[in-house]
Ligand binder design. Structure first.
Ligand code: CO
Ligand code: CO
Length: 353
């Protein structure tokens, strides 16, 4: 789609971009400590597990999944930005194995700017929500100096079918469905230039719904799942490892990487999230063997609209990979395994718990 605001670059109107703009996890967890969150027996997934979304039981057959995500522009084109933000917001429902049913817009925009930008952002979001067979039934907007867009999404699921981050078991293998590197590549978009092939690869990854990945994951009887977003592969893996009480052992050589991402790391387009995600995971991360520094940066790189990390019984993994790839998740690959032990082979990354 043509960019109607050739003289305005969305990424230049904001201070930090996408999921890289998250509040640092240690600051957030300090702030959340000690608050008495209201809860009741219908809360199936709440604050405790640091899971992707909250789940609330309506009856024995039906639970609702609730999640919200919004962020500042990662690209200059408003329509594409809307698509990316919506894809990212829907993702937490997919990570739980659920089906999105409706959504609300969340928008912040400086109204002194060209108002047609708003229409383009919301159109991008609306088109993605439609692709998800979901509907938009309202929203909320504010006039402030920064731009923010995203959704609050409601999904549905059978209470027995919830794929939390606490179910990973020894004997499972780990599958990651999208390439890593959106943080460094988005940073390069903001401060420099990407060639067309690399830019298009980045955009098609960030605007790809995790819908197929989720449906495949459910068909394969996965034990646990999460999506990889602002805390990076390392941070979201740590949350899954802690919740499941296991170690996750990654093979650094097998991690899927977006085209151009290694080059972006080499050219030092690291985000501030690289540092804060290292800080967040430092007590639960160790590496064995000779791991290239560039690859290591990518496991801490904050992802915007990243893929699913799936923990699945080893016997189901081959069919799951075929299923994923047949339906368009081309970058999906087996990246490691679940272990309760600390021993690991050369060239692997281990997240210890
Ligand atoms: Co998530
Ligand atoms: Co989220």
């Amino acid at each position: 789609m043509e960019n109607k605001i050739s003289n305005v670059r969305l990424t230049q109107m904001v201070t930090s971009a996408g999921c890289a703009a998250k509040i640092f996890p240690h600051i957030l967890s300090d702030a959340l400590k000690g608050i008495n969150w209201p809860t009741n027996e219908n809360v199936l997934v709440g604050f405790d597990g640091k899971d992707d979304a909250g789940v609330y039981k309506i009856n024995d057959e039906l639970a609702l999944i609730h999640t919200t995500d919004f962020f500042t522009p990662v690209v200059d084109d408003p329509y594409t930005y809307g698509q990316i933000a919506a894809t990212n917001a829907l993702s937490d429902v997919y990570a739980m194995g659920g089906t999105p049913i409706n959504a609300l817009n969340i928008l912040a925009f400086p109204q002194k700017e060209d108002i047609s930008i708003i229409k383009d952002i919301l159109s991008g979001g609306a088109d993605k929500v439609k692709e998800a067979n979901c509907v938009i039934i309202g929203g909320h907007s504010v006039d402030i100096t920064n731009i923010l867009y995203g959704l609050a999404v409601t999904g549905k699921i059978h209470p027995k079918d919830i794929k939390g981050n606490d179910g990973a078991k020894q004997g499972d293998v780990l599958i990651l469905t999208k390439g890593l590197g959106t943080g460094v590549l988005n940073n390069m978009v903001k401060f420099s230039e990407l060639n067309d092939n690399i830019y298009n690869g980045l955009i098609s990854s960030m605007t790809r719904l995790n819908k197929n990945a989720s449906e495949c994951m459910v068909r394969a009887n996965a034990n646990a799942c999460t999506d990889v977003t602002g805390f990076g592969l390392a941070g979201h893996s740590m949350q899954l490892a802690k919740a499941s009480n296991v170690n996750l052992v990654f093979d650094a050589n097998k991690l899927p990487v977006l085209d151009g991402a290694l080059n972006a790391v080499d050219n030092n387009f690291l985000t501030r999230g690289d540092k804060s995600n290292r800080e967040y995971t430092k007590d639960f991360y160790s590496s064995k063997g000779t791991i290239k520094k560039v690859i290591e940066h990518l496991i801490f790189d904050p992802q915007t609209s990243g893929g699913l990390l799936i923990s699945v019984p080893e016997k189901n993994a081959e069919n799951l990979l075929i299923d994923l790839k047949n339906n368009g998740d081309e970058k999906a690959c087996l990246v490691g395994y679940v272990d309760v032990l600390n021993d690991c082979t050369k060239g692997t990354i281990i997240l210890e718990y």
